[in-house]
Design a protein around this ligand. Structure first.
Ligand SMILES: [Fe+2]
Length: 439
């Protein structure tokens, strides 16, 4: 496939995904703000279109379809909690706006191809940026749909085009994970200078010295989290950092988001509006960084640094090779990792033995984002590109880095060097953890 064809298919697939996620939702619910952490769903739809107008039309020298929407859909001008009060385009308006922009972008692509002179067009960079941006918003849409009081799973029903909540057959645990995988100390490469669609914050590739450590062979599962709960993990201040304990009390954290007690030591959870027993073998989700950090301390361990995470996911200590993914440099396909919203949740730990990393870790890509102990800082020698607001303005803030992508992450935006970040209090995202210890 030519780069232009890959880009065209990528753009179209991202839009199909966005629209299929929203299709089962009644229009009145699309325009409502359901949480102060998340936009009204229809805002995201017009925002991804506006971003495409900015970067695939104007930045490439073409005329804007309609610049009058710029202020309304600027994420920096309007924090999420305020977006419900904006005079937004309705569903039909947002779709028409998106279609007009897309048609012009496809004409341009047809005329000049995806590749070209200059840093924006080299390797189709700016197209990759826009495709990933829309997919990242699709994951945000899923975080909002997960909390929809009306119950997204029931709205989806049996619609064939929308992945339902049921787990696909064949994704049962097939390879018991190692309890932990040892990584020898040494010099490793972190980041990338060559991945054509990598973001500025992943660049450049650089060498780091790492002391020997061991890291969990798989993400922490719900059974382990239930033990933490049974052992009073949420009631013992000594397990929490000072700020974590303050937040635990302020926000009244008592268990992962969505969990409810159900008799002696057993738990139910609400996901996408459906109540079900918490499955023991599934990675825990919807815990914030403070909870993850306390769990690790309770287990006598710690969260890995993001460098330790990346080395365990992408480096082979025996050969010195670094790979794009835990399984190597090949493109993702189902079976290697639970990415791309195959269904609305993680798979049981061990479901994808083919995705094992060189040091033996399972499920490093897909299933759940994994909290690391690291704050969000630039790699040495990094420069902002193509705009400061993607990464630079967040460096050094009150964030913790998450790695690996979740079941809701598009394979287009999943690779071993990809860095995500969020506030340590956030738990509406599809985030869990794995722990580590120094050797
Ligand atoms: Fe955005």
């Amino acid at each position: 496939m030519t780069l232009t064809a890959t880009v065209t298919e990528g753009l179209e697939e991202a839009r199909r995904r966005t629209l299929s996620l929203l299709e089962p939702v009644p229009e009145a619910l699309l325009e409502r703000q359901h949480s102060e952490l998340l936009s009204p769903l229809v805002w995201d739809l017009a925002h991804v279109a506006n971003y495409e107008d900015l970067w695939l039309l104007r930045a490439l020298g073409c005329e804007s379809v309609d610049a009058s929407h710029d202020g309304l859909y600027d994420a920096f001008l309007h924090p999420r909690r305020t977006r419900g009060g904006l005079a937004m385009l309705d569903l039909a308006g947002a779709r028409a706006y998106g279609d007009r922009i897309r048609n012009r972008v496809l004409e341009l692509l047809h005329r000049q191809g995806a590749d070209g002179e200059g840093p924006l067009r080299a390797g189709g960079y700016v197209y990759g940026m826009v495709v990933q941006h829309e997919h990242q918003h699709a994951e945000t849409l899923l975080a909002a749909l997960h909390l929809l009081p009306e119950g997204y799973a029931d709205l989806v029903g049996e619609r064939p085009s929308t992945p339902g909540p049921a787990r696909p057959s064949g994704a049962e645990a097939t390879a018991p994970p190692e309890a932990e995988c040892a990584v020898p100390g040494g010099t490793y490469v972190v980041g990338t200078s060559t991945d054509p669609w990598s973001y500025d914050n992943e660049r450049p590739a650089h060498e780091v010295e790492v002391a020997p450590y061991a890291i969990d062979g798989a993400p922490v599962n719900n059974a382990a989290w239930a033990e933490f709960l049974a052992d009073g993990g949420y009631d013992r201040a000594a397990l929490w950092t000072e700020r974590g304990w303050t937040w635990r009390q302020e926000a009244d954290l008592e268990r992962p988001l969505g969990w409810e007690p159900h008799g002696e030591g057993t738990w139910l959870r609400k996901r996408f509006g459906r109540i079900e027993p918490v499955p023991a073998e599934e990675p825990v989700q919807h815990v914030c960084w403070y909870e993850a950090d306390a769990f690790a301390r309770w287990a006598g361990r710690r969260l890995p640094t993001e460098v330790e995470w990346e080395v365990a996911a992408t480096c082979d200590p025996t050969t010195g090779q670094k790979y794009r993914h835990p399984w190597g440099d090949q493109l993702w396909r189902p079976g290697l990792a639970n990415l791309g919203q195959q269904h609305l949740g993680p798979d049981p730990v061990g479901a994808h033995p083919g995705g094992r990393s060189p040091v033996g870790c399972l499920a490093m890509e897909g299933d759940v984002w994994e909290w690391t102990s690291s704050g969000f800082d630039p790699w040495p020698g990094s420069t902002a590109f193509p705009y400061r607001e993607y990464s630079e303005v967040f460096y050094g803030g009150d964030y913790r880095v998450l790695r690996g992508g979740s079941w809701a992450t598009s394979p287009t935006a999943a690779r071993g060097t990809f860095r995500n970040w969020d506030h340590p209090t956030r738990r509406h995202i599809f985030a869990g953890l794995r722990t580590a210890r120094s050797l």
